[in-house]
Design a protein around this ligand. Structure first.
Ligand SMILES: NC(=O)c1ccc[n+]([C@@H]2O[C@H](COP(=O)([O-])OP(=O)(O)OC[C@H]3O[C@@H](n4cnc5c(N)ncnc54)[C@H](O)[C@@H]3O)[C@@H](O)[C@H]2O)c1
Length: 347
């Protein structure tokens, strides 16, 4: 269930008769927790709440950090009826809900995403997980939150780079919906650049799009796979750059992924070159400031082959034929993929 009204949280807590813990990362503890504490002040005045904070950043999305959270939950004597509130971006939503999903075989959990990316994507749909070595989300589970509270207030403190990353997924949702929705996301970004405000309707549209898709296919057997558009290559790039010590925001990697996957779709006669170029003209401009060398094809080869969506010979992609016309389970020969990756993007 998606909520947009802060008062919902107080109502939920008021009716909750067991323990509560709030997980934050080192940034959200500093800039988001004071606002949240204000909302639930009357509850905190009468009840004790436990707090735990992990170091901000993707490097915390590990089994090691998860173990530390399990130990905290054990010290607090948490039982199934107790509630974990996760206050953070996609990293913490993935890590916190992973812990909530397996501690005592599942605690109550409520997510309060604080980054644009988590509000429109990561917090919605129940995927939890941690990374193993440099491979993203290798260990995880499906565990939908009881509720997700989206408060655009938190975007005020979000660094510009992270707002751009969130727009990566918002733009992807736009392309998957229609050309009109795609352009609306691009205009919304221009509006943000001028006024430092994200138009609420764009945020709600992107979050609702994801909600509707995951409601149709919670276990990603079918239509939900369209959301992996841009992610087969996007994830591989994200991991490869991380191995080089460069933490490139997830949504930016997804936009790179979209450009390369569109090239592949064009090479296979799936997508018309004009549409690919139209998308590229906006996206390359958008990611221009993150212009990066693509890591060596050998690194890419091994990482792409490790992708969890690789179920047969060839690499499994979710591509598009046009705006609003996604295709899933397209297996592409790895030589075609490597050839596409050899082309640097011309910004
Ligand atoms: N489960 C899913 O379906 C799903 C989908 C997409 C992405 N993800 C995962 O989400 C993660 C990326 O999410 P992300 O981009 O939110 O990363 P993140 O959680 O690391 O947040 C990015 C940075 O912004 C900071 N931050 C968050 N909210 C803030 C705020 N309001 N003010 C100031 N700083 C704030 C964080 O501390 C961090 O430094 C990746 O691990 C990715 O794999 C999961």
């Amino acid at each position: 269930m998606l909520y947009y009204e802060p008062s919902v949280l107080y109502s939920i807590l008021k009716n909750h008769r067991a323990k509560v813990a709030i997980l934050t990362d080192s940034n959200t503890e500093e800039v988001c927790l004071p606002y949240l504490s204000e909302i639930i002040k009357p509850y905190m005045a009468e009840n004790s709440v436990s707090f735990y904070s992990v170091q901000a950043g993707e490097q915390s999305k590990t089994l090691h950090e998860a173990t530390k959270i399990f130990e905290k939950l054990q010290n607090w004597e948490f039982q199934k009826k107790d509630l974990v509130l996760v206050l953070g971006g996609g990293m913490l939503c993935d890590l916190g809900s992973f812990c909530a999903s397996i501690y005592k075989r599942g605690l109550r959990q409520f997510l309060i995403p604080t980054s644009l990316l988590a509000m429109c994507d990561a917090a919605i749909g129940g995927k939890t997980g941690v990374n193993l070595a440099h491979v993203k989300n290798s260990v995880g589970s499906f565990y939908p939150a009881e509720g997700i509270l989206v408060l655009s207030e938190f975007i005020k403190t979000l660094p510009r780079k992270e707002v751009m990353s969130g727009f990566g997924e918002v733009i992807k949702h736009g392309i998957l919906q229609s050309q009109k929705d795609f352009l609306a996301t691009i205009f919304a970004f221009d509006f943000y650049k001028k006024h430092s405000i994200i138009q609420e309707e764009v945020l709600i549209n992107a979050a609702n799009f994801k909600r509707k898709i995951v409601e149709q296919d919670p276990w990603e057997k079918n239509v939900r796979k369209i959301l992996n558009y841009g992610h087969t290559i996007g994830h591989a790039l994200e991991s490869a750059w991380l191995m080089e010590g460069k933490e490139i925001p997830h949504g930016i990697c997804v936009l790179y992924g979209i450009l390369y996957e569109n090239q592949i779709a064009v090479s296979q006669g799936i997508l018309h070159m004009d549409q690919a170029n139209f998308i590229k003209s906006f996206i390359s401009n958008f990611i221009g400031e993150f212009s990066m060398k693509i890591p060596s094809k050998y690194v890419m080869e091994s990482l792409v082959l490790q992708d969890k969506k690789n179920e047969q010979d060839g690499i499994n992609f979710s591509l598009i034929q046009d705006f609003g016309k996604p295709m899933i389970d397209i297996y592409i020969d790895k030589t075609v993929v490597l050839k596409a990756l050899e082309n640097e993007i011309d910004f």
